[in-house]
Design a protein around this ligand. Sequence first.
Ligand code: COA
Length: 184
Amino acid sequence: MEEKFRPVSYSVTRVSELMIPAYANFGGKIHGGMLLSLMDKVAYACASKHAGHYCVTVSVDHVDFLEPVNVGEMVSMYASVNYVGKSSLIVGIRVEAENFRGGTMKHTNTSFFTMVAKDDDGKPTIVPGLILETKEDLKRFLEAMKRKELKAHYREELRKARLSIMQEDIDTLLKNERCKVTMI
Ligand SMILES: CC(C)(COP(=O)(O)OP(=O)(O)OC[C@H]1O[C@@H](n2cnc3c(N)ncnc32)[C@H](O)[C@@H]1OP(=O)(O)O)[C@@H](O)C(=O)NCCC(=O)NCCS
């Protein structure tokens, strides 16, 4: 059977939502979890449209909230498929918040959601390949490849560190840390 491909533009997804007081924390700023939930929905819509299947969230990278979001601001999320593997897709999401009174727009974060397409039996299923139509599409695809490679390397280093950490000189390791070891 001939392999199926879809362009990035086919599944580009944009969602905007007004930030209401019910979304705020005790400091009057919008809960990070509220933004994450919205991002997860946008990632789902974008990935499922490309895949033509139901998708699940497997991993989320780079959730650094660079700017607080305030009540009354309009949050917009722009999502596109940056990369596809066999059953996995990486969706990049740019989040911006617009303040109507000040007429300002701020970039709050860009995050990457790894989603996996599932078939009717709940098993990972192959997704269409990606047609890279613009220089930006190509750049995002190459960057996603690099992030995947670095993530695999980081995981391996972390695994090794976990195995050896308790064998190291604890006093030296904790010399500049703000903790007290009270166990015997
Ligand atoms: C993710 C999941 C489908 C992997 O299942 P699996 O049987 O291990 O399947 P595979 O090993 O074939 O992996 C499937 C794909 O997921 C990718 N994957 C698995 N774990 C991953 C991780 N931690 N980070 C990124 N990608 C991952 C694999 O690389 C593979 O990609 P590819 O098909 O493009 O090569 C399975 O663990 C799952 O369903 N998890 C729950 C997801 C969920 O319910 N999320 C909602 C939040 S509760």
